[in-house]
Design a protein around this ligand. Sequence first.
Ligand code: HEM
Length: 147
Amino acid sequence: MLQVLAMLYLWLKAGHVIFVVFWMAGLFMLPRFFVYHQEVAASSPDNAVWVDREARLLRIILWPSLVLVWAFGLGLTLSGGWLNQGWLHAKLAAVLVLSGYHVWLADYARHLAVGRRKLSGRQLRLLNEVPGIAAAIIIVLVIVKPF
Ligand code: HEM
């Protein structure tokens, strides 16, 4: 029985890391899409192509990965009994920031789809640092478990 539970935990962890990879890939790609999108005129046919690419990336990769990373992560938390660990609390805070960034990106895509371009390419490139920094913090917390 113990062996089955240990195996289940490893399968949950594999599922978690697979969807972390998909989620992070999408979080890196979408702001890049925005930069290229904003280089074409809002009235051009290319604009509609970018709107479609962004919507697909959100629908097919980003939203399902967000849900599955959370589902597998919470499954690991409960089955591993990690709930009272300091590193997990800090990790959850960083993951909440990353989830907030995801929601903000989805909102920005909605604005772009109706021709509103709120930020410059340079500002978007700078914002693109957020997922990298958050991922580095999260991975150190979960692997080193410093507290
Ligand atoms: C969404 C909420 C999340 C929760 C509740 C959560 C929770 C967990 C838990 C409890 C583990 C197992 C730790 C262990 O067995 O030592 C784990 C593993 C892991 N998590 Fe998350 N996680 C979440 C999101 C993320 C994100 C966003 C990333 C990366 C950016 C990430 C990266 C990892 C990695 C790489 C592991 C494997 C660590 C190892 O095997 O040593 N997690 N997560």
